[in-house]
Design a protein around this ligand. Structure first.
Ligand code: PLP
Length: 383
């Protein structure tokens, strides 16, 4: 009954693994990629107030102009790039929808989309569903999980339409420096490509300020920039994000969005305005706390002598467990024997094999207990 494209895509490696966790008592989960914080109170309160005032209707397909203006101002402040709120910003149901729209807007059958891996689980499947061909570009711990210009160039053919990047990265915590971005930008111009840049973790960097791909010289017009409120403002359940690009792309994306979603929920849009207006303090507190946890996790994993690349952004650590076993076996045994859930690295692409993703979006007490158990588990494997 189902289409060939649907048949081709695998179920999400994260979901598959979490079927095992659901219903299991006393499991400590460092698996899910979502903040353990509740959305800051000012934001929740503003949503309650919007409901009280009767905001319960559809909005423009593009989203509330007030929200687009707030986002445009915020982007200008952060990156110095101006997006016209009337024509170049589309409010979506999370970055998940924004990514799907970006792919469907630009992809013709058999077009090739280069996907830098390891990466968020939807990147390849959405390309397949739109009739395109995802082309994997694996990265390695030795290269800081960042692709080289040569690796990109090797994968470019006359069918290549775009390249998908996401820094700070899920699952590795890697960031990409400006110099490397500029080298990639040169290739993007030379081969007339589009960059889909998912910058959902842009606020969550710990040692350096994030550079947006679209802020590079000549790149605004070639970039489809995706961002949202799920991570930095702890708003995963509100389903609110945005796509920023040139007018032609936004016009194309809104056509799909109007037939599939109509608009993002008005309550979430009102809450997102409040997040930009008054969410800064809450956001900074959460970021400081993530940073403390990050240092704690890295220290503990180092003490366990696991090969680990220091994460510089997002809220994940991605240690290598190659010397012990494969990713799935390791994660399954850790869950079974020590009741700790992490995600096998191969859920994020084949090059993630031999790693596990540990989310530190969990309380410090939870992290301490989980690290103790992981330490005991490793000891038991050595015996
Ligand atoms: N992009 C990346 C890189 C993510 O890690 C996630 C969630 O984990 C998403 C997008 C989905 O975000 P949203 O909740 O805005 O749909």
């Amino acid at each position: 009954m189902i289409s060939r494209n649907v048949e081709k895509i695998p179920p999400s490696g994260i979901r598959k693994f979490f079927e095992l966790v659901i219903g299991a008592d006393d499991v400590i989960s460092l698996g899910v990629g979502e903040p353990d914080f509740v959305t800051p109170w000012e934001i929740r309160e503003s949503a309650i107030y919007s409901l009280e005032r009767g905001y319960t209707s559809y909005t423009s397909n593009y989203g509330l102009l007030g929200l687009r203006e707030a986002i445009s101002d915020q982007m200008y402040e952060k990156d110095g790039t101006f997006y016209d709120p009337e024509r170049e910003i589309l409010i979506t149901c999370g970055v998940s929808e924004a990514y799907d729209l970006a792919i469907r807007t630009i992809t013709d059958p058999k077009d090739e989309i280069i996907v830098v891996e390891p990466c968020y689980v939807s990147y390849q499947p959405c390309v397949t569903l739109s009739g395109g061909e995802p082309i994997s570009l694996p990265t390695s711990m030795e290269d800081g999980f960042v692709p080289t210009p040569e690796e990109i160039e090797q994968r470019i053919t006359d069918k290549t339409k775009a390249i998908v990047i996401s820094y700070p990265n899920n699952p590795t915590g890697a960031t990409m420096n400006k110099k490397r971005m500029e080298e990639i930008a040169d290739i993007v111009s030379e081969y007339d490509l589009i960059v889909i840049s998912d910058e959902i973790y842009d606020d969550l960097t710990y040692n350096e300020k994030h550079v947006s791909f679209s802020s590079l010289n000549g790149m605004k017009d070639r970039t489809i920039l995706l961002n949202g409120f799920s991570k930095a403002y702890a708003m995963t359940g509100w389903r609110i994000g945005y796509l920023a690009a040139n007018e032609e792309i936004v016009d194309g994306a809104v056509k799909i969005h109007q037939y599939s979603m109509i608009c993002a929920p008005i309550i979430s849009q009102m809450a997102a305005i409040e997040a930009i207006v008054s969410g800064e303090k809450g956001k900074m507190e959460m970021i400081r706390e993530y940073n403390r946890r990050r240092r704690m996790v890295v220290k503990r994993l180092n003490e366990m002598e696991l090969d680990i690349f220091e994460p510089k952004g997002a809220f994940y650590a991605f240690p290598s467990i190659k010397e012990y076993s494969g990713s799935e076996e390791f994660s399954e045994r850790l869950l079974r024997e020590k009741r700790v859930a992490v995600v096998p690295g191969n859920a994020f692409g084949e090059c993630g094999e031999g790693f596990v993703r540990i989310s530190y979006a969990a309380s410090r007490e939870t992290i301490i207990e989980a690290m103790d158990r992981i330490g005991e588990f490793l000891e038991s494997l050595k015996r």
